[in-house]
Design a protein around this ligand. Structure first.
Ligand code: ACO
Length: 422
């Protein structure tokens, strides 16, 4: 069987044959046929917009790998900062490289005092922490002169380290502001996840981070670090392709993540489970979803059509956390809902399975995070995924400014009508 595809334009009889590589053929075939011919592909269902070496995802078989390493192995054996190095640099670090990287990130956790005192203090008292996080990312870029030097590899490295280091600081700052608590400065003696938990929860001089919760936080960070061309990462690439600075691009990516169909789903899951209220109400809720009255949040995925491997790991991590914190009362409703959906032809036929967000919200809640913080918790580790893709984009000679075409479906030319004649 030849690894080629032949496209014939029946209007002209012109034929073009191009190679299929890795399941993809170049759209230059269409341009060759007729430069004014475009493919209509809303939501990019059939479009590969880039070549990427970062994350491999096989939705049919539930496979997720970062730089070739299975997510299950990384979640079991690695740390978030090591995974961050891997995503950004392509290889696992040596001991020396990891020590340098950890030192660099750890010593870029502080933010300029004006970020907090002048910028964050201007928010309304009940501002959503994700709205604060999104705008803080963009604001942060204004503090660094080199932020715009996107073609300078050293400057790029500095912004990458800063953004990874400061994301937890911005997140904790948004939370502390929203509950009226004083800001905790980063503690550079702590690990990345422990420092974040410390900034979140420390009141008074001492806060001991439970190592089991520190590890659970790190696993959640690893699982959320990248997920190839999702909505947020695509936003990062689109904005980054205009050569905007990485802080503005990351703010765009975080805005995309904020939506309830993307990273906002974990928040929606907990709200949904709370509304269901008890196991007895599960069948009626499932029926209402089947009747088109809303969606089963935390179910379904554009790419995974078998299972989401992250959901499997998170479900296990949830039990580990509940051993420390006590069981989340919503867990039984979640399990009953999962059982009901997985045995119902509506969900089975449409290949709808729990995604990463179905159980992550339950862990976050057990860890004490308010629902409003859930998407922020997703954004902290995803920052490294956005940056790895941003760097790849800037180094890719085949990339240009993103600029899709449209299928114009409006009215033809017509003459302006004066207002009294309309
Ligand atoms: N509950 C009920 N029905 C669903 C759900 C759901 N969660 N998801 C999809 N469907 C149905 C659709 O109604 C549609 O049915 P139809 O063929 O009868 O019209 C069919 O399944 C296909 O759905 P699409 O919307 O075409 O699937 P798509 O790939 O566009 O959407 C998405 C994927 C957005 C994740 C969707 O499954 C959804 O809305 N899920 C709930 C929100 C959610 O959990 N998002 C988190 C995703 S993971 C992440 O971003 C980190």
């Amino acid at each position: 069987m030849p690894d080629t595809i032949t496209i014939t334009d029946d209007r002209t009889g012109k034929t073009v044959t191009v190679p299929i590589e890795g399941g993809v053929f170049p759209s230059s075939a269409l341009r060759e046929l007729d430069p004014s011919l475009f493919m209509y592909d809303p939501a990019y269902m059939s479009t590969a917009a880039c070549k990427s070496e970062i994350t491999y995802l096989d939705g049919a078989n539930g496979v997720l790998r970062y730089r070739g390493y299975p997510i299950e192995q990384l979640a079991e054996k690695s740390t978030y900062l090591e995974v961050a190095y891997l995503l950004v640099n392509g290889e696992l670090p040596t001991a020396d490289q990891l020590a340098t990287w950890n030192h660099e990130i750890t010593h870029h956790t502080f933010i300029h005092e004006n970020m907090r005192k002048r910028f964050v203090d201007g928010f309304h008292y009940d501002a959503h922490p994700m709205g604060m996080f999104v705008s803080s990312l963009a604001a942060l870029g204004t503090f660094y002169e080199g932020a715009k030097d996107v073609h300078d590899a050293d400057a790029r490295h500095r912004q990458i380290v800063r953004l990874i280091g400061k994301a937890p600081t911005l997140a904790a700052m948004a939370y502390r502001f929203s509950v009226g608590l004083p800001f905790n400065y980063p503690d550079n003696d702590l690990s990345y996840p422990a420092n974040f938990l410390n900034m979140m929860w420390k009141i008074g001089p001492r806060y001991e981070v439970d190592p089991r919760l520190e590890r659970a936080m790190d696993i959640l960070f690893i699982l959320h670090a990248d997920h190839e061309q999702n909505c947020g990462t695509t936003a990062m690439r689109v904005v980054g392709s205009s050569q905007a600075d990485p802080y503005s691009s990351a703010a765009a990516a975080a805005s995309a993540l904020y939506g309830p169909l993307h990273g906002g789903a974990n928040e929606a899951v907990v709200r949904m489970l709370s509304e269901i209220g008890s196991i007895e109400n599960v069948p009626a809720f499932v029926e209402s979803v089947k009747n088109g009255e809303g969606r089963l949040m935390g179910f379904g995925h554009r790419v995974y059509k078998n299972f989401d491997p992250r959901a499997t790991i998170i479900k296990q991590a949830a039990y580990d956390v509940f051993e420390v914190t006590g069981k989340n009362p919503l867990l039984d409703i979640a399990l009953a809902l999962e059982d009901a959906a997985l045995s119902d032809p509506y969900f089975v036929d449409r290949k709808l399975y729990p995604n990463v967000d179905f159980y992550s919200g339950l862990i976050y809640q057990a860890l004490g995070f308010p629902v409003d913080m859930f998407t922020v918790l997703f954004a902290i580790p995803r920052t490294v995924g956005w940056l790895a893709h941003w760097q790849e984009l800037l180094n890719d000679p085949e990339q240009k400014i993103s600029r899709p075409r449209q299928w114009y479906a409006g009215v033809d030319e017509r003459n302006y009508v004066a207002i009294d004649a309309r």
